[in-house]
Write a protein that binds this ligand. Sequence first.
Ligand code: MN
Length: 491
Amino acid sequence: MLTIDDILNNFKLPLTVRRESLIMGAYKFAAAAHRGQKRKSGENYIQHSLETALTLAKIGMGSKTIAAGLLHDVPEDTSVTLSEIEKNFGEEIAQMVDGITKLGKIKLRESKEEYILENLRKMFLAMAQDIRVVIIKLADRLHNMNTLEYLPKDKQLRIARETMEIFAPIANRLGIGEIKGQLEDLAFKFLEPENYKYINELEEKYYLEGEKYTNQAIKEIGKELASEGINVIEISGRKKHLYRLFLKLKRKDMDISQIYDLVAIRIIMPDIPDCYETLGIVHKKYHPMVGRIKDYISLPKPNGYQSIHTTIFGPEGRIIEVQIRTKKMHDEAEFGIAAHWIYSEKERKGWRDYFFRKKAKVPMEELEWVRQLREWQNDIGRDDFEEFIEGLKIDFFKNHIFAFTPKGDIIDLPEEATPIDFAYSIHSEIGSRAMGAKADGKIVPLDYHIQNGQVIEILTSRENKKPSSDWIRFVKTSIAKTRIRQQLKRE
Ligand code: MN
């Protein structure tokens, strides 16, 4: 069982009084709101909020993101409203919580293709507004996957598939390797239980066997480094994630003797010269395998990954992969953009600017994250992805907004679209019967300009009603204009 101390103890930034009281305040508020509620697992609901917050703390997120993580299910699952969160914690945190609630309202379509696109779009929308929302969603999903066994079978499969096809690629794109690996392994377990069991047993067997040699090599390398007077931050063994091992095995005709990085030794050094010096010392101690030395420090991988990899003949000729990198490189590989937060002095800048500029008027090509989105094509494997991105660039960023129905359907609209446009986009009957509208729960006039991401509810009359001729004046979509004219003519 987690307590708030676990979150505070794992907080990576300096724990100032202000930050600590924000986290404590959010915890108390969420615990009070969720009091008496249980998860399907039988645990108190607040455990889910704490698990989400713990993941966020571990990857180095700031206190506001952790507070939003603690509060993320409050408006959706309790009687406490978003405006009460805003009153207590301010607009920034309330907006994050609202973003997570909207992401949760997603309606899955029958068609797989459609629902992937739908989810992606929603993710993008959230990202464009605040990328922290997406990171909280990943932490939320990680705990939901960890407790997936308590849900009915059909839900398990749907959620596992969604995790594999949407959430893991998103974690990968954001460079949060640790979350990506865990999400994939958990989804793998539910999607391919037999393969999972096979790989799990296989790895267990080889890992246990290899552990002895790895530990010996770790000790020997540590001794050599110490005798040369070189400081090491950490030297440890790491296990390969099961799903990644499975994919690699499939490429190698399921021959595990062809896998050299089943067990790897990770050496974390203070700076770059130490990494090269360490490589020399490792090679002096153990023979390297020809053609297996990769210097990703000088030549980083396209996703920015940096490390030196070498494969050695370890104790008793055992093959072991060794990865050498600096602490900063390590954190960036594990925590992705979250690491930019840790390494940026100014909390408000850092990765937030790195990925996007809010309400950017700059050409899209200049934005780093648009380039990143393009790379999604590889992760998603969709042929028409390029087209999708092109469309996204024009529709989504230039002059389009997305609004949601109360059920979570997404309606694409041009900028300055009104509730009447929204109503006609759903159905011409809803259009003609429109009497009033709510935006995010508040009554708005029918010529109101819908804001990106708002939930719009159309209040309709019971009887058939003709549209008002005034509407033509302010509607923005051609579909609304055409329908209104048709309906008026019919009279
Ligand atoms: Mn949740």
